[in-house]
Write a protein that binds this ligand. Structure first.
Ligand SMILES: *Cc1c(COP(=O)(O)O)cnc(C)c1O
Length: 415
């Protein structure tokens, strides 16, 4: 993949872009929130729509010349409705965080109460963390996973809702490997007359393909990122019942954003079209099969897998039992040297710090896009264990790096 125009204008950026393409080709992308979009999505995102101001919505824009922007946005909306079965969809949020912001703006006032999962237990910054606007504007309490099982403690969640009386309950997570029981969270929200926002950022693709239960039609609001398992390029999306449509649309624009990134909306439209094809369902199933194979490989090697396995695209490992002297950060660094890119992650009952936590999180969406199957994931699991067992041994890391080079050569990314 070349960028000849960039090279002519700006060799420094061209070098960095070429380096990034090479980095993606030559490493195993196992950050659970990442994926590789198709060249069609890349082309749409790099299109002339970046020039167009299209504040407003199709048919009701603030500027002239929006006929093609309208076509693209309508296609994205129609396809999203088909993928997730939502009554109303807004495809303009710049990212998943902006999608969440729109929901909060639509139904909360500053000082209102949010009940959400603790970040260290798999939640997200935009669910009420003190460093995020949500923690600064709202009164936040948090629920947790059961430290023994790693599963959400639904009974404790319901009890917390009773005592805290939140205005909104947030579900949907960044580092939770198990199927979520949306209806139990909905019941807890209903019992205290709270809204329910289900943020499926990570699992949009799994839900669209039907390999994870859908919160659409259960929760009042469903938000997502479009660049994770759904593979439609960077951005966010909000879905809701018709009764909230006007409030959500007004909260996205003009409430929280200016003009939409129409080139990214085009990327969403193209990625959603790809996701409507039967191959996408096979892809999503393979993502989960691969995660199960990876979890099994980890367990066979003696790693402690949080919750004992996975139902999704990610596996969380708690290193404290098997490798008490290796932090998540140590593992992340050694693995990066070996060409395996994943992230250190907090684990339930975290005893280190969020900056150098006790676990690692590994996801399968990107490798599955490259054609890695279960056997390949079992081998990658072995390689990860070997590196974590030998974080200070440069010769082991070099050997693993050689095998990673072979695997990446066997699974080319972009032409
Ligand atoms: C990734 C993620 C988001 C959105 O992140 P952006 O980087 O803003 O797209 C929101 N919620 C959860 C649970 C996530 O994992």
């Amino acid at each position: 993949m070349e960028h000849p125009q960039v090279r002519e204008t700006d060799p420094a950026v061209a070098d960095a872009l070429a380096g990034e393409v090479r980095r993606q080709q030559d490493t195993l992308a196992m950050i659970a929130s990442e994926n590789h979009v198709s060249e069609a999505v890349l082309e749409a995102q790099g299109s002339a729509l970046t020039n167009k101001y299209a504040e407003g919505y199709p048919g009701e824009r603030y500027y002239a010349g929006c006929e093609h922007a309208d076509e693209v946005e309508q296609l994205a909306v129609e396809r999203a409705k088909e993928l997730w079965g939502a009554d109303h969809v807004n495809v303009q949020p710049h990212s998943g965080t902006q999608a969440n912001m729109a929901v909060y703006l639509a139904v909360l006032d500053p000082g209102d109460r949010i009940l959400s999962l603790e970040l260290e237990h798999g939640g997200h910054l935009s669910h009420g963390h003190p460093a995020n606007f949500t923690g600064q504007l709202f009164d936040v309490e948090q629920y947790r996973v059961d430290p023994e099982t790693g599963y959400i403690d639904y009974e404790a969640l319901a009890a917390r809702a009773e005592s805290f009386d939140p205005d909104i309950v947030v579900s949907g997570f960044s580092a939770y490997p198990r199927e979520v029981e949306w209806d139990r969270i909905q019941a807890a929200a209903d019992a205290v007359d709270a809204y329910h926002l289900s943020d499926i950022a990570h699992i949009t693709g799994l839900v669209a393909a039907g390999v994870h239960d859908s919160p659409v039609g259960v929760a009042d609001f469903v938000t997502g990122s479009t660049h994770k398992t759904i593979r439609a390029g960077r951005g966010g999306i909000v879905m809701c019942d018709e009764e909230y449509a006007d409030d959500v649309d007004a909260a996205v624009f003009p409430g929280g954003q200016g003009g939409p990134l129409m080139h990214n909306v085009a990327g969403k439209a193209v990625g959603f079209e790809e996701a409507l094809r039967p191959e996408f369902e096979a892809y999503a199933r393979q993502v989960v099969d691969n995660a199960e194979a990876l979890a099994a490989s980890f367990a066979d090697n003696g790693f402690e897998v949080v919750s004992g396995g996975t139902d999704t695209h990610l596996v969380l490992v708690d290193l404290r039992e098997s490798h008490p002297d290796v932090s998540g950060g140590d593992a992340e660094d050694a693995l990066a040297d070996a060409g395996i890119v994943l992230n250190a992650n907090t684990v339930p009952g975290e005893t280190r710090s969020p900056f150098d936590p006790s676990g690692i999180r590994a996801g399968t969406p990107a490798l599955t896009t490259r054609g890695f199957d279960e056997a390949a994931h079992r081998e990658v699991g072995d390689l990860i264990h070997r590196v974590v067992d030998n974080v200070d041994d440069d010769s082991v890391i070099a050997e693993v790096r050689e095998r990673v080079d072979e695997l990446t050569d066997e699974h080319p990314l972009y032409d």
